[in-house]
Design a binder for this molecule. Structure first.
Ligand code: HEC
Ligand code: HEC
Length: 403
């Protein structure tokens, strides 16, 4: 027998042996929760790794700089940035409520139309706000400062405050390398940019799902076995029959786009929230976009999306697909907080009214008619997207003497 043959038959014996061992192990061990197919594995792997790589935002010259992050933190908790002196960003984005407020619709000086989203993982977004009315994090931060119902201090008020207050002008100087100048609009935008530098640091931590996903990537059966069976079943529904991952796609569980998820969008009798349609109109009429003078990137390297956005009728009633990391911490859900719990959200998708959906041809969402167990599996899966251990809560900074 040539060496080649002997090696081949040894290999055959070895593989026969491994089949036997595999069969035996199947008998000896509790049946694995589910054998995932190769296609399922491929789909699951696309939701990681976490956290993804990221770069500073070229449209914001202080993105990623420690002095701006520190200044942003002071601003975030400062109620003097509201006309009444009573409302700060933290009124509606409370650090110990996962940066949301727990209300259906937020309330500043008045109640607004929408639910306050959590502020996690924003640095991976392309559009901001439920309607994508803003193309940068800093432009989004301007909105509460300009809208009287929220804080409404406006450019003149903000500039006056920063110029006259020793601590704030010192923080400004440290962050931007120069004292606040004469241009009120520019000062307001700079405050929003310091706030953006802070918010970019809010990236969620690792979750049980990530451990499972990475164990799958390196073929680590013991690592995979630590993930609860109910979550595996829920995950299968999520990437399979539920079609959830068509929209809640990728490491942050959002494709970054807009869709109609069948959530009623009445604000009150006779008034509807136009969603993305209104967002595109606001974006196009705003001076604070990547196409305007406040973009710090002379190349406008991130402005292509803004340049090419078109107003489509189908955008009416569409909202941004929210990312789902830490979603168990951010109830109530949907753009106006209309669903109280994750079980309610899953029930919504299970019984969705297909007639109401204005799906432009491709039917992604269908009434799923899930069994009670399937619904609870899906909730179990969504709960495994919560970071563990929880990150320490960002606190209001102690008063520091800034010289
Ligand atoms: C009155 C409550 C309220 C206050 C005060 C407030 N926000 Fe918000 N915030 C909201 C609501 C509601 C939304 C959703 C807005 C929308 O989509 O129309 C939002 C959205 C955001 C978003 C977009 C998140 C995303 O997922 O796209 C950011 C960023 C943000 N706020 C930052 C801030 C900052 C910074 C401040 C302080 C300058 C602030 N907010 C003050 C209620 C508030
Ligand atoms: C066609 C795209 C699409 C599909 C498919 C889809 N979603 Fe959504 N999802 C959205 C949009 C858009 C919203 C926000 C809707 C709104 O506020 O009106 C949303 C909201 C949610 C929320 C609430 C998040 C929050 O912070 O308020 C959860 C949870 C969720 N979806 C889970 C799922 C699950 C589970 C499935 C599968 C059964 C699914 N989604 C399928 C687009 C989609």
């Amino acid at each position: 027998m040539t060496p080649w043959h002997s090696r081949a038959s040894a290999a055959a014996r070895l593989s026969a042996l491994s089949v036997v061992l595999w069969l035996l192990s199947g008998l000896a061990m509790p049946a694995p929760a589910l054998q995932l197919t190769a296609e399922e594995e491929r789909r699951i792997l696309r939701h990681g790794p976490w956290p993804p790589a990221s770069r500073p935002d070229p449209s914001n010259r202080v993105s990623g700089t420690p002095a701006a992050i520190a200044f942003g933190r002071t601003l975030f908790f400062d109620p003097r940035l509201s006309v009444s002196g009573t409302i700060s960003c933290a009124t509606c984005h409370q650090p110990d409520r996962a940066w949301a407020d727990g209300r259906t619709r937020s309330r500043g000086h008045r109640t607004v139309e929408r639910n306050a989203p959590s502020l996690f993982n924003l640095r991976f977004n392309r559009w901001f706000g439920w309607d994508g009315a803003h193309d940068t994090l800093w432009a989004q931060n301007l909105r509460p400062l300009l809208d009287w119902r929220e804080m409404g201090i406006g450019p003149a008020g903000a500039a006056r405050l920063v110029r006259s207050d020793r601590q704030l002008s010192c923080g400004y100087r440290r962050a931007f390398g120069a004292a606040p100048g004469e241009d009120d609009d520019l000062i307001l935008v700079d405050l929003a940019k310091a706030l953006a530098a802070l918010l970019e640091t809010l990236v969620t931590g690792r979750t049980p799902f990530d451990d499972f996903r990475d164990a799958l990537a390196r073929n680590d059966a013991a690592g995979q076995a630590r993930y609860p069976a109910a979550a595996v079943r829920g995950l299968r529904l999520f990437i399979g029959r539920g079609n959830c991952a068509v929209c809640h796609f990728g490491p942050a569980f959002t494709n970054g786009e807009f869709a109609d998820a069948g959530v009623p969008h009445f604000i009150e009798a006779g008034r509807v929230d136009p969603g993305r349609h209104g967002g595109i109109r606001r974006l196009r009429s705003s001076p604070y976009t990547l196409l305007g003078r406040f973009n710090d990137d002379p190349q406008r390297s991130t402005a292509a999306g803004t340049r090419h956005v078109r107003l489509r009728e189908s955008a009416f009633g569409e909202f941004r697909v929210p990312g789902l990391r830490n979603v168990a911490l951010t109830a109530p859900y949907m753009h106006a907080g209309s669903l109280r719990t994750l079980a309610d959200v899953v029930h919504h998708y299970s019984t969705i009214d297909e007639e109401r959906l204005h799906a432009g041809g491709e039917r992604i969402l269908r009434r799923l008619d899930l069994s009670e167990r399937e619904r609870s599996d899906l909730v179990s899966f969504l709960e495994t997207l919560t970071e563990q251990p929880r990150r320490p809560v960002v606190r209001k900074p102690a008063h520091v003497q800034c010289r």
